[in-house]
Design a protein around this ligand. Sequence first.
Ligand code: SF4
Length: 372
Amino acid sequence: MFGRVKPEEWKDYKWQLRNRIRDPLKIADYFNLSKEEREWVLRVSKIYTFGVTPYYLSLSDPRDPEDPIRKQILPSPEEIDPHIQRYGEENPFNEEREIKGLTHRYRDRVLMVVTTACATYCRHCMRKRIFKEGERAFTKEEIDRMIEYIESHKDIRDVLISGGDPLILDNERIEYILKRLRSIKHVDIIRFGTRLPVLLPQRFYDKQLLKILEKYGPVWVNTHFNHPKEVTEESEEAVFNLLKHGVPVNNQTVLLKGINDDGNIMLELFRKLLRIRVKPQYLFHCDPVKGVMHFRTTIDKGLEIIDFLRGKISGMGIPTYAVDLPGGKGKVPLLPKYAEKIEGNIYSFKGIDGSEVVYIVGEVKKDAVAEF
Ligand code: SF4
């Protein structure tokens, strides 16, 4: 597919970006698409843009129509099926209410969107609406306006810089944003929401970027691995480089029908993430976003997966399963029902083998346990 690429080119993020595939028909032969599939891919990508790095594409199996990488990159007719998408909203979380690019949902935190561009356009993206704006980095004036807002709101301690993918910006811009944010006394935490460890890990071979992230630390990375196939030697190296420069990496997986809605797949993913020193932090229920509804499964499925993981991996490897409430009303953590019965201070819990275990807190009357 890529002809002869020198190893040093493959490892160069600029080469990967320069050689991003933006025309979906260029991968039609690779995936052996039918005439009808080609037409759909073209039609859908005119509404929700297409793009993939050679690296991420290389993780796919072109012979397998169920391949999880393929499903995350290849436009499908369901994205624009009015029946399937009828309950989806473009912006269910009312983002960017305050000023362009900035969302102040929780008192102590803000989200700053600094670009609409991504290395690869994920079909399940919850900010799919911004694809329609085309690829653009926010201007200095727009960024300054967001930073001035943060400066004037002293309750803000935590800034999440996202996009698009913020680390796709050039180092100069990244340094400008970090330098200004770090100079604000009330800002403690700066986080990047970036999928580049998954889609373009070569970005973190860039020593200059790593030095910038270290210089303005503490800086955190929230990334987004969805499937064990995405955990590669390259992503391991990327994470290792970030850690060496003092940047912790947490992961937020999205539960996606047909991609990772399976206990064994999740178990393998979370085991692999721990091996490369990434903490699985959240498993998000897929948001009700227009163009993404076909990836949604039931909340019971998510709970079943969390229940399946219990006892098979240490607690460190089990993320918090959560739904993000529409209207910007916050995240709700969800747990399987482990307390079977509660009476006063006598509890009955489900053990890891499924057995019922009576658990007493404090004093109880003699007969109470027998009656319970
Ligand atoms: S990298 Fe993130 S912001 Fe970009 S398309 Fe994928 S999920 Fe959306």
